[in-house]
Design a protein. Structure first.
Length: 311
């Protein structure tokens, strides 16, 4: 993609900043963010004149004005914490459901070519029918998950009745450089790296045998770029189709850092699912085929944390 004007809500966040980094090479990028979970530090290394920043809450800022002239909108602004959504479901609904509705209205009114919505594998709930395919009924077990499911439904509704092309990408467990280890809903990976790097025992909630489909952030970026350049609409799993247990992570990180710090175990967190792994066959319609090397990508992430000492 090049010579386009695009908007990235949540563009200062972990995933959003990586997306901005890729887009700004050959496009004009407008970032919408309130720094509730993201940081301007995530794009400080980008020295491009074609990046502009609009500070404000997604539910309050004038998106219709901001999206004027935009070809594509990538919506990543959200309350992304399951525990926080359980504690404050009203706020979760405001940010995630009202937020996507405002994005869609502004995109419709500006005749945007496509909206790419960052959804989540959390919409599947604690389903044991693995691998998880997009035709499995949604069974959300947290307000966060329910809000993402509602966002997908709004996207499909706007496609059906307003002819606004939309696509929802169900991210599984994303990890990579610049992920905030202090975030409640960050992947366990930055938590573990930060703790072990600082000689602290990583905390595993539950028995550690829960499994996740971890996907490197660069593949998420590629999925977003592919999504807006295809005629496909609807919901798609974005993952690797493989799973790793939480217990397997600690020795890998220890080995990369040259340490031997054992984890400690705590009670499972409410709203967390036991196992998660995607069926990624449908995503091939987007041209998405994640040939990944998890251990190499994990080591690359560890090295980034060592070099930047983020704790």
């Amino acid at each position: 993609m090049k010579n386009k004007k695009v908007a990235v809500t949540g563009g200062l966040g972990f995933i959003g900043s990586h997306l901005v980094e890729a887009l700004c090479q050959e496009n004009e990028v407008v970032i919408v963010d309130n720094e509730s979970s993201g940081s301007i530090k995530n794009i400080n290394h980008l020295e491009f004149d074609n990046i502009s920043l609009e500070f404000g809450d997604i539910t309050e800022i004038n998106l219709k004005k901001i999206f004027d002239g935009c070809d594509y909108v990538f919506h990543h602004a959200a309350m992304a914490s399951v525990p926080e959504s359980v504690a404050n479901p009203l706020k979760c609904n405001l940010v995630n459901v009202t937020g996507i509705l405002k994005v869609l209205l502004a995109a419709r009114d500006n005749e945007v070519k496509k909206v790419v919505f960052a959804s989540s594998a959390a919409v599947y709930g604690d389903c044991n029918n693995l691998p998880l395919s997009e035709d499995i009924p949604i069974k959300s077990v947290s307000p966060y998950a329910l809000s993402k499911a509602a966002g997908e439904m709004y996207c499909q509704l706007f496609t059906d009745i307003y002819q606004l092309p939309t696509i929802s990408l169900r991210y599984f467990n994303v990890f990579g450089p610049r992920q905030d280890p202090n975030s409640q809903y960050a992947s366990v990976i930055p938590h573990f790296i930060s703790n072990i790097l600082n000689e602290k025992k990583p905390v595993i909630f539950g028995d550690g045998e829960q499994s996740r489909d971890f996907i490197y952030v660069k593949h998420i970026v590629n999925a977003n770029l592919s999504a807006c350049q295809t005629d496909q609409t609807g919901s798609f799993n974005i993952a690797t189709g493989k799973r790793t247990t939480i217990n397997q992570l600690v020795p890998i990180i220890n080995r990369t850092l040259g340490k031997s710090i054992d984890p400690i175990y705590d009670e499972p967190r409410p709203g967390d699912v036991k196992h998660s792994m995607a069926d990624v066959s449908k995503a091939k319609l987007l041209g998405f085929n994640p040939s990944t090397n998890f251990f190499e990508e994990l080591s690359e992430t560890v090295r980034w944390f060592v070099e930047n000492q983020r704790n």
